[in-house]
Design a protein around this ligand. Structure first.
Ligand code: ZN
Length: 171
């Protein structure tokens, strides 16, 4: 296992549409192990492969609270099958947009099909934080960031801030 670098806004790779995983190969298993390690180290509760620069439809999650045992979950090739009309608002953040948090409204419940790391087809009906987290991470697979759900004014402001910071870091 190895830590991988988390790419940050405005890295254009964050806008790529990730490719479906064709086979759970050793390469995918090693990617998942690295993503878990990187996610725990950040620390974060969810990570999409593109955030470590790999445009594959792979997500790692662990929504366990600090005092609970770890609950690592691997979501490969997810598809949103259904979303509720009821909506919920959570304050979201993103490891690729550090130290920026904003409330985002999304469907409160979702049903998602995916493949697990053993190659089994699975189906989950999620609500609460898991529903939000799944939608946030699946957005990443489609090149969408949580700031895309904010007003254009807020989005432009945060993109400008991170673009300036990236330029300063290059100098
Ligand atoms: Zn994110």
């Amino acid at each position: 296992m190895a830590l991988r670098e988390i790419i940050k806004l405005p890295d254009p790779r964050l806008r790529l549409v990730a490719e479906p995983v064709q086979e759970i190969s050793d390469e995918i298993r090693s990617l998942v192990a690295d993503m878990m390690e990187t996610m725990y180290a950040a620390p974060g509760i969810g990570l999409a492969a593109i955030q470590v620069g790999v445009a594959q439809r792979v997500i790692t999650l662990d929504l366990a609270k600090k005092d609970e045992p770890k609950n690592p979950q691997v979501v490969i090739n997810p598809e949103i099958l259904w979303t509720s009309e009821e909506r919920a608002t959570y304050e979201e953040g993103c490891l690729s947009i550090p130290e920026f948090y904003e409330e985002v409204e999304r469907p409160a419940q979702v049903r998602v099909s995916y493949t697990d790391l053993d190659g089994n087809a699975r189906d989950v009906e999620a609500n609460g934080l898991l529903a939000t987290c799944l939608q946030h991470e699946i957005d990443h697979l489609n090149g969408v960031l949580f700031i895309d759900h904010l007003s254009k004014l807020k989005r432009d402001r945060i993109i400008k801030k991170f673009t300036k910071a990236a330029k300063r870091a290059e100098e």
